[in-house]
Each structure stands twice: as C-alpha cells, then as structure tokens.
Ligand binder design. Structure first.
Ligand SMILES: [Zn+2]
Length: 167
C-alpha cells in the first residue's frame, strides 16, 4: 500500500539512540526469538521487569498477573522507558530468566506448548512467576507469601520445637 507511511515516524525524531538499539539487539538473539513460556515463535510482547519475551497468549496471562508481578509491554508499539529497557537488558532475555525461574522445574510440570490450553498456560505461568515454585529456594521472595502458601516443607522443622512438649 503506502510506502510513504513507513517513513512518517522519521519526522518525529527524538533521537533513537543506544537504549532502543539495545532492546533490538536483545530481541534478535536466538533465545529471544521464541516465547519464554511456551516456545511460540516470534514473540511480540515482553515483560520488562521479568526480562522475558512473550507470545500474545502468554503476554495476556502475564497482564492478568498485574504490573507488580509482570510489566507487559509490546516490543513494537509501546514506548519503553529507559529504565524498562535497562532492566530488560540487565536480565539478558529468555535464557537467563528461565535459568532462574525454571531452575527447579519438575519433570511432571512440563512447559506449555504454543498450542497449550489457556488453562494450562495460566497455571504454569502463575506457578513460574507468581508463586515462583520453580525458583532456586534461596532466591524465593518470602514476602510474597500472602498468596496461599504452596510450600509444606516448613512443617518438617516444627517437629523439633514441639518434641519436648508432651507429658
Ligand atoms: Zn507463549
């Protein structure tokens, strides 16, 4: 149609310097060419605070988690603040983020596939980022425990404190 349109934005140049360029560089790395959560190709969304690239479906799930957990931005449409780009670049994208968030991914909790149901996808993404079930235990954010606690490990310790109690 109109090739003219493609150049329209040039008029409004705020200088597209280093930052935006960094985001682009990050996007084209091979691990960032697929969705961090389900592996769908060509992700168009990203979570700036988590530092992952996401497909449309997984991006929707992330949005539902709320911005405190996942700040979802379009890689093509949204204006990225410098700090958003910084945090994205700092994480380094999907491989690194997944090496943290999926460090202890159990065999019986396989990642969703591009065609997985919304239900499975949501369950997995919530476990991965909201309750952080697959995180290395030392990294788990304990202050988030207001969500119904999924851990039962704690109760092992309490045996000790209550041993001398009975008479
Ligand atoms: Zn996905």
């Amino acid at each position: 149609m109109s090739t003219a349109n493609r150049y329209q934005h040039i008029k409004s140049t705020k200088p597209v310097v280093g930052k935006a360029r960094k985001l682009k560089d990050l996007m084209i790395k091979s691990d960032n060419r697929i969705c961090a959560d389900c592996g769908a190709p060509d992700p168009k969304w990203a979570s700036a605070n988590i530092g992952v690239f996401l497909c449309l479906k997984c991006g929707d799930v992330h949005k539902a988690l709320g911005p405190d957990i996942s700040k979802v931005l379009s890689v093509t449409l949204d204006d990225w603040s410098d700090s958003d780009i910084d945090s994205m670049v700092e994480v380094g994208g999907n491989s690194h983020a997944n090496s943290i968030y999926e460090a202890f991914l159990p065999k019986d909790r396989p990642k969703p596939k591009p065609d997985s149901t919304m239900e499975y996808r949501t369950k997995f993404i919530r476990a991965k980022y909201e309750t952080q079930d697959f995180l290395k235990p030392s990294l788990r954010i304990s202050s988030r425990s207001s969500f119904k606690s999924t851990t039962s490990v704690k109760s092992v310790d309490s045996n000790f404190s209550s041993t001398s109690r009975k008479d």
